[in-house]
Design a protein around this ligand. Sequence first.
Ligand code: TYD
Length: 219
Amino acid sequence: MLITFEGIDGSGKSTQARRLVERLEQAGYPVLSVREPGGTALSEAVRRLLLDPARPVDPMAELLLFSAARAQLVAERIRPALDAGHIVVCDRFYDSTTAYQGGGRRLADLDWLHAFNRRVTGGLVPDRTYYIAVSPAVARARRAGRMDAPPPGGDRMEEAGEAFYDRVVDAYEQLARAEPDRILRLDGEQAPGTLHQRIWADLEALLARRYGTLTPGRG
Ligand code: TYD
C-alpha cells in the first residue's frame, strides 16, 4: 500500500508523515518511509541540484529533474518494498509536480501532467494521499519561525514568492476536487495531534478493508 503526503512548504505534512510512520511501526507493520526528491543516490544528487538557490533551473528542466528523481525512487525502492508487502509512506509524490510545476510554474495543463506523471511512475498510483491544506500566509509564517531555515529565505523553491504559492495551492485544491476517492483534504491549521488522529482513523479503516485486520500477523 502506498500512502503519500502533500501540501505546501510549512503545511506540517512532514511532521504528520513521521507520526504516521511511527504509529504504523508500533502497530507492527513493515514500513518504508521516503521523501521526495530523494531516497536514492541519484535522487539525492538531483535534490541538491534542484534546491540550491545559487543555480537557476528552467521550468521544463525542473519538471524533468523532479520526475527523474521520482522514476529512480520508484524503481529502486518503492516498487520492491510494495512487492515485499511493505506499507510505503512517501513525503511528497507526483501531486507535488502537478501543483508546483503545473500550477506554480504554469508549465503545462493538468491533464497532460496527469498522463506524464503516470508514465514516470510506471502507472503506480497512491492508495491514499493526505493533502494538508494551509493558506500560503500561515505556511509562510511557519517557515519564518523554523530554527533551521537558512537565512534569508530558504531553498530555491521557497524563494519563488507569494503568487507562486497561491497557484500551487489552487492546483492542489483542484486535484483534491478531481480525485476525492484518493485524496483526503485535511485542515492543516488544526492541532497536530488532532490531525494525526484523523489520519490514523482513516488509514485504519483503509487497512481493515485491505487486510481484514487491524494488527498484522493476526489474520
Ligand atoms: P523540501 O525541503 O523537501 O520541502 P518540504 O519539506 O516542504 O517537502 O523541498 C522540496 C521542495 O521541492 C518543495 O519546495 C516542493 C518542491 N517540489 C516540486 O516543486 N516538485 C516536485 O515534484 C517535488 C517532489 C517537490
